[in-house]
Write a protein that binds this ligand. Sequence first.
Ligand code: PEP
Ligand code: MG
Length: 754
Amino acid sequence: MVTSPAGGRVLLRRLREAMAEPQSPQTRLDKIVRIIAANMVAEVCSVYLMRAGDWLELYATEGLNPSAVHNSRLKVGQGLVGDIAAHARPLNLSDAPEHPNFVYLPETGEEAFHSFLGVPVLRAARVIGVLAVQNQTRRHYTEEEVENLQTVAMVMAEMVAQGGLIDPSEWEEAATKRGSSMRFKGLRMAEGIAMGHAVLHEPRVEITQMIADDAGVERQRLTRGIDALRKSIDLMLADVDLAPHGEHREVLEAYRMFAHDAGWLTKLEDAIDSGLTAEAAVERVQLDLNARLSRSTDTYLRERIQDLDDLAHRLLRHLAGKADTAAHEGLPDDAIVIARSMGPAELLDYDRTKLKGVVLEEGSPTSHVAIVARALEIPLVGKVEGLIDRIDPDMRLIVDGEQGEIFLNPGPEIIRAYEEKNALRAQRQAAFAAIRDEPAVTRDGVEVKLNINAGLLVDLPHLVETGANGIGLFRTELQFMVGSAFPRLGDQTELYKAVMDAADGKPVVFRTLDIGGDKALPYLEIEPEENPALGWRAIRIALDRPALLRYQSRALLQAAGGRPLSIMFPMISDVSEFIAAKAVLEKEVGRLRQLNRPTPENLKVGTMLEVPSLAFQLPALLPMVDFVSVGSNDLMQFFFASDRGNPRLADRYDYLCPPVFALLRHISKSCDAANVPLTLCGEMAGRPLEAMALVGLGFRSLSMTPAAIGPVKVMIRSLDQSALARLLEQLTDRPDHTVRAELAAFAEANGVAV
Ligand code: PEP
Ligand code: MG
């Protein structure tokens, strides 16, 4: 058997020569099995290729009965060969007939052979065949022999893909069958239904050349690729945008560790020395690591398989010079982008006319990527584990952002069902449109003002479409996040002016820059922090770098001219921060007055309440503010000490529970008593059952994602809020983790449309 890299090199050279000879694909395959058998000192070498219907057909053999070729078949899962194909992993046996899965095929005459080594032939993570060698003696093949046979299988995969042996449509048929109506459950992160074709956010690289001409050149390419990979990981780690995704930082730290691992590098270099190209070496080493880790009993190591796969794909992209995301490649018109995780700016990078849906393996509903997806009305399902491995580019899929489900390769019945669902959705939208101009008044006569959250120009038409009262939260940071440099004063003024023009007299509340945490600006370096959500962000940056806030205030005041203007500050943790921020704004007002320029006829200055400490300073705060807006996304993150971006914690706490009610009731009562207008602009405002609770707790203004206005209005118009307020009083002192079921039962019993 081949036991050295030199032996491997000789074998690869012979294979390359055989592949270059002008002959029919079948003759070439026959020759190749002979070369492998001779080189590996095996009495048998056979190759089975996958046919339609999940059949593995014997395509060539050296050593078994030649008449069995094209006449001997095994189903995937059947026999040793079928077992290898089913599990996509090698089998190394010293006494094959003893193995419980051994199936004796009389036509092959293989009973004489005891030892057996078989490996899958893989193409783009899919099994397209099995390559096996056999010997008469009972022997155990060495790890090195297994690795060498896997290398040969990779080359064989390339040869099969070149065509002439099997019509590739047979694999597509098999893939469609395998994937048909495969359903995945995830978390609803942005509503809506999308049907389209899969696009991997980080595209895979197809390896077209396996055997190298010059090992020296390949080593140099590898060194350059590894350098670029390491630099890109360092850059990602320095990016604050990634940090609050909880697990994501850990993953990147693991990447960094692996990317600097000397053992990994040596393995890659050895694979190159055996005659492979740098790309083939990466794949080869990855296959081997995968096989080893999946056998490991250590769960931590097994869980690292995905990280290592990801890392290998990244390295392949650097080698191919394609390190960008799919946003910069040709997208289909109905792209469904699939990523492990994604920041809000990366999502905004996509052409919105083509992007129809997004699926993330990680993510949580209050993360900013989810908020941006909702603003853009792009259905998003998160926390869909293990999806990327099953995706082939261009696969059809359905994203159901209402149920939090994904269907891969949906069959005609599922497609029909979803077309109907879409039609029903359209009907529901029409019903919402019909009450567009009706007020949101409860059955017992209490009016609730419904506003939309916005942040981009694309959001503005929603104000008219939904009939909302105004914009309750304009996230100004989105303009800063989509650009490659700080927007100039003129650009800021222009955007704010366009927003006020579009609002046409309806109130708009501008929130000053809320960056840091998971909202990174590509051009603003923030030192990596242990806890970015608790770190240097939002108003803390603004007060430490007052020029930013000063310019933004100037832009807002100029855009308003003489019109009314409402401004609020994010992440205020104590009253002194509000006082300091307001002073910056007032200085700008004073400057305008000095210049004899118009100042807003009615300037309202308020605060977000999203840090629990502020809820305990209301007596000092309320006399100073014109309004309060509860940011429940952050408030709940800090209240429960539970990272809003961490998918593991996404559904750990339910906001519909007595302690949250106690906090929100305290805020609403205090504002009422002080006559300070109160609103809530976090994601919970847009969920009908949560919105119902908020109305019961005394909230009379809510601000939400535009698509939620219709459903929340329907809920309010069917609600008797005084009955609900009584129920909420009764639930106050309950020890329950959640009272969702009680609220749902109330809605059901009282005909409230949630
Ligand atoms: C919030 O925290 O609830 C909020 C509205 O602000 P953001 O989601 O932008 O942090
Ligand atoms: Mg917030």
